[in-house]
Each structure stands twice: as C-alpha cells, then as structure tokens.
Design a protein around this ligand. Structure first.
Ligand SMILES: [Zn+2]
Length: 616
C-alpha cells in the first residue's frame, strides 16, 4: 500500500479485454468450455422442457407425483441458471458485442417458456390443504428437501384469491410498473439538466449521476451551488414528481388490500417473512441513537474545519489529503489475511478464488461497470466481476463480493439445490461482515495516524450512509404509505414538507448540528429507491447484523464463529430472521443496533485521540 496525493479521476481509455493479463480475468470455461458447448446444453434443456408438465392434476393424490414434479422442475431450473450465468457474464465482458447479448436474450426466452409450462404447479399445491401437504411430506422421504419451500408456499394461502381474482390481479400487474417507469424517464432523461459554472471555470450539467459526482467537490461554494441548482430544478417539477410517487404508493396499497394484508409494509415484508416490528424497531433505534450520529457530524465539521456544517458538506471527502493506493496483489494479500478469524478452511476457498480465476478484476473497454458476485450456478464455483482501480474502496469491494461468493460456495456445497439460494436479506450480512473483517485487519496492521484516520473515517461514513441515511429513507417511505392508507393525498408540497421535517430531525438541524437548508426538501424526488417497495431498510439491518456478528467473531469467540459459518452453509433452508437468530443475532431486538453504535462510539474516541495527537 502507498500513500498518494489524490488525483482527479481522469477518463483514461481502458484496455481491450485481450490486452488484460489472463490471470486477472475470470475463466468462464468452468461453466461451459465454449459458446458451442453452451448452445448444445441449451438445446438439451429446450428438449427437456416438457418435463415441467409431468404430474399435472395428480399432486393431491400422490406424494410420489408431487416429488417427481418438484424434482423435474428443480432439475430444469438448475440447468437454466447455469446457462443464464454463462450468457450474462459473457455479455458483461463486453457490452458492445451483440453475440453474447443474443445468447442472453435466447436464454430469457427459454426462461419464459419454463415459467409458462410450470405455471400450474404452485396454484395446484396452494389448492391442497396444509394437512394433505404435510401427510405427503411424511409419506415420501424424497420430499424432505422441499419442506421449507412448501411451508413458505402455504403461508401464501391466506393471501391467494379465487382463480378470477388472481386473473384480475395478474392483469393489474400490467399497470403496476407505470409510476417507476415514468419516474425513471423523467429524472434520468427528460428533466432539463441545470448547468452550474464551478470556480474552476468548468460548466457542468446536472443529472442523477453527475450530481452524485459533483456534490462532493472540495470547494464549498461549488458544492452548495451544485445542490441549489439540481434540487432547485427538481423542485420546479415537484407537482409531477409528487403525482408519480403518489401513484406508486397507491399501487402498493392496492396490492396489499387485494391480498388481504393489514398494510403495505406488512405485504412487502411478508415475502421473506420479516415481522413488521423489525422495520419499526429499526426506525425507533435510529431515532434513539441520533446522539451518536450527531457526535459524528460534529466530528466531520471539525475535521473539515468548518464553522457550521450544512447538508451540502455531507459528501465532501473527509480527509482529502490522504488516499491509500493498492495493487491487486496487495488487495488479495490483505483480504486473504483478513479472513483468518473465519478459519483455515474459509481462507483456503478464498485462495482458490484468487488462484483459479473466479474473479474478473480489471476495467476493460465495454465491460460492465460496478461489481457483483454471481453464485447461481449450483454445480460450479461462484464468479466475481469488479473494476479494480487501486483505492481502499476497491479492496473493500473485493472483500464484500468475496463475502457473497463464499456464502454461495458454502450454501451450494452443503445444501440440496432446493434450499441452496439465500435471500437478499441475509446476503448483505455475509458481504458486509467481510468488510468489517478487512477494516479490523487493516487497523491491526497499520499504526500510521493518517492511515488510521482514513480507515476509521471510512467506517463512520458507512454508519452515516448505510445505517442513518437508509433508515431516514425507510422512515420517509413508511410515513408516505401510512398517509395514503389513512386516505390522505400526497402532493409535491406535502412530500417536501414531510421529507424536510424527517431530514432535519436526523441531522440535528434544530440543535445546530447540521443545517438542512430549505433546498434539501426536494431530495426525495430523485431517489429511485422509493419505488422499490420497502427495500432500503435491508441495507441498515444487514450492516447492524453483520457488525454485531463480526464483533463476536473478532473477539475470538469460537462458538460465534461456528454458528456464523453454519449461517453461510444454510442457504435458504429457513426464514432469514430465524437463520440469523441461530447465527447469534436477533433483529427483533434492539441489541444489534446498539452494538453497532457502541463500536461507532469507540471509533470516534480513537479519532478524537488521533486528532488531539496531531494537534500537539
Ligand atoms: Zn452486496
């Protein structure tokens, strides 16, 4: 690792794929040796699709028929997922190429065909009584692997209507994506982009992505102007944007009522059987710990050297004079060492990921941006795509994606296919857990004050962005749904007022911790997540769950390590809250949040000590 003066991100032309060192690219040959082999496997799957219709009309009478139907469907899905992984990752290597894109489209058609041919199955099971299903499972040992799947399905009986009602609901689904599509087109494309001239003389046009880039510029007047220009423009369109969000919330309320749920929140959380108290508890906990958040904001003000913190100062780099740089080899070494608390077996799989080309590390022309782990091919190891640029964030991304990869690897190894796939609710625990391990390792091996400040600051930025900001969003989302459920109308103006009130409470506006200027009231209107049906709270719960778990594992608690590894091997064999409870973290209690806050307080103690030291 080196300490370098930060450089502006220049738009360097990335190399073509064939110019990359092969050892730093992934080897998709483990999925299929060639595109031709993929085509042959696809043809075999297409020929086997009629098997999805076996047993139709006979499931209630025969446990063996139920088992045969489920086995056939799972086998088809298993192959479909492998085919899909290959096509989508081939396409992500170079999005400019049409051949891999065509493969992706071909496999999407096969997936549609399989869905249509197997559409009879779940309604036929739902039409059976719970006692019939349970008798089938008792009579046919081969059904044991489907016990959780069947239980999960039967939970839906209470929320399933007559054939006629289901047909109408399916047709209503055609209208359901209207608001999100309109919002995306308006905000990303049609909204006239305001222009701002910065102190450097450069004029920039603002849309969601350029705003995200420019809102953190070092010059304070510049970033204030960026906020005023972009949010000012959004504010001019608040009536339209308000009507769009109102329509989306009404959609959620409509489906919740049609499916006989008590609220839109209840329906959204029922997918993973998450109790509403987990969501409400998160909001209550964040509000109860605003003092910790305000302590950090005050520290941020001090580090930035400002008289008064404003909302437009929240994205400026905390320590612009420090930038840690890493090579891929250094990143691998740090990440591998950081996994030591999880044991030698875990580390051995991480070493395989590096040695056996599971990872596509480097940026290349036409390659998909960002990072992901793809572990859906049950019979093959997972893969990682990333765009490594040598920053600490990139090392942290490697640790994060390896968390997903090891989760997939262990679940695929230890679960039958039917229960191998984990939910998003647990997924982000496994990934952020490894970010916590990495941070701990870096702190244990670096004592230069500037480096420690940078690492600790990075952790607190995570608390700000992942715990408090996402919970602030979650609270706003809850309030707008409750308003519509009470029969109130949402307008641009009422959304402005509600958003500003919540933001001012979170950032301590009244107490002068951080001034949230009037212009911030428009922020709700460009956030796409408010159209995702109660999604963002999971970022916060995953963060608090993983920090509570990591804290115990890092303290050397062998039992905690064992139960955490069992979570990673458990796939989707039970409901997420139950799996996490068994791993040692109970999200129905305030403890995980409180543990995360205790850690944040200790980190701030150290930062204050470092700052006092450097002032001497
Ligand atoms: Zn992730």
């Amino acid at each position: 690792m080196t300490l370098a003066a930060p450089r502006p991100d220049r738009a360097l032309t990335p190399p073509e794929r064939h110019e990359l060192p092969p050892a730093r690219t992934w080897s998709l040959a483990d999925l299929y040796p060639s595109d031709d082999a993929w085509r042959a496997a696809k043809a075999a799957l297409v020929a086997a699709l009629p098997e999805a219709e076996h047993g139709r009309g006979t499931l209630a009478d025969s446990p063996q028929a139920l088992r045969a139907a489920l086995d056939a469907l799972m086998a088809l899905h298993r192959e479909l997922l492998r085919l899909h992984s290959y096509a989508s990752m081939r396409s992500d290597e170079d999005l400019r190429l049409s051949a891999p894109l065509a493969m992706k489209q071909e496999i999407a058609l096969v997936a549609n065909d399989l869905a249509a041919r197997s559409a009879w199955l779940e309604p036929e099971i739902l039409a059976m009584t719970r006692s019939t299903v349970e008798a089938h499972v008792a009579a046919e040992p081969g059904l044991a692997v489907y016990r959780h799947y069947l239980d999960d399905l039967l939970r839906r009986q209470a929320h399933t209507g007559s054939a006629e009602a289901e047909r109408i609901l399916a047709d209503a689904g055609l209208m359901a994506d209207g608001p999100v599509a309109i919002h995306e087109l308006l905000v990303d494309a049609d909204l006239p982009r305001p222009e701002v001239t910065l102190s450097t003389g450069e004029t920039v046009a603002l849309d969601p992505s350029s705003f995200a880039r420019w809102r953190g510029v070092p010059d304070r007047d510049d970033r204030r102007r960026v906020f005023e220009a972009y949010f000012g423009r959004l504010h001019e369109f608040r009536r339209t944007l308000g009507a769009t969000l109102d329509a989306n919330v009404k959609r959620d309320v409509f489906f919740a009522r049609a499916r006989r749920y008590g609220s839109a929140l209840e329906r959204a959380l029922d997918g993973f059987a998450i109790p509403v108290t987990v969501y409400e508890g998160l909001v209550a906990q964040a509000n109860a710990h605003l003092g910790t958040f305000h302590r950090y904001l005050e520290l941020r003000r001090r580090i930035l050297g400002l008289e008064q913190l404003h909302a437009h100062d929240l994205y400026a780099a905390l320590l612009p004079e420090v930038e840690l740089r890493f090579t891929v080899e250094e990143a691998e070494r740090h990440v591998l060492a950081s996994c030591a608390p999880l044991g030698a077996d875990y580390q051995a799989v991480v070493a395989r990921a590096f040695a056996e080309r599971w990872i596509d590390f480097l940026p290349a022309a036409g390659k998909r941006s960002g990072a992901y782990s793809n572990g859906v091919a049950y019979d093959v190891h997972p893969y990682i795509l990333m765009n490594f640029n040598g920053k600490y964030d990139d090392v942290s991304t490697l640790a994060h994606e390896l968390g997903h990869t090891l989760h997939s690897y262990l679940s695929n190894r230890d679960q039958p296919f039917a229960t191998s796939r984990y939910s998003i609710f647990v997924a982000e625990v496994a990934s952020t857990f490894n970010e916590a391990l990495l941070l701990d390792h870096m702190l244990a091996t670096h004592d230069e004050p500037k480096v420690r400040l940078s690492l600790l600051g990075n952790f607190l930025e995570g608390i700000k962005g992942t715990v408090f900001r996402q919970t602030q969003f979650a609270e706003f989302e809850l309030e707008i749904h409750r308003a519509v459920e009470r029969g109130e109308a949402l307008t641009g103006d009422s959304l402005d007022a509600l958003y500003l009130a919540i933001a001012r409470r979170y950032y301590g506006h009244e107490a002068g911790v951080c001034v949230v200027d009037d212009v911030m009231r428009a922020e709700w209107s460009f956030v796409p997540h408010f159209y995702y049906d109660f999604y963002v709270y999971q970022y916060a719960t995953a963060f608090t769950a993983s920090s509570a778990l990591a804290e115990r594992v890092l303290a050397g608690d062998g039992e905690a390590r064992q139960s955490y590894l069992e979570l990673l091997s458990a796939g989707g064999s039970d409901y997420p809250i139950e799996l996490l409870r068994r791993a040692g973290v109970d999200l129905t209690t305030p403890e995980p949040f409180a543990a995360t806050m205790r850690r944040a307080e200790r980190v701030m103690d150290e930062i204050e000590g470092l700052l006092a030291g450097s002032a001497r």
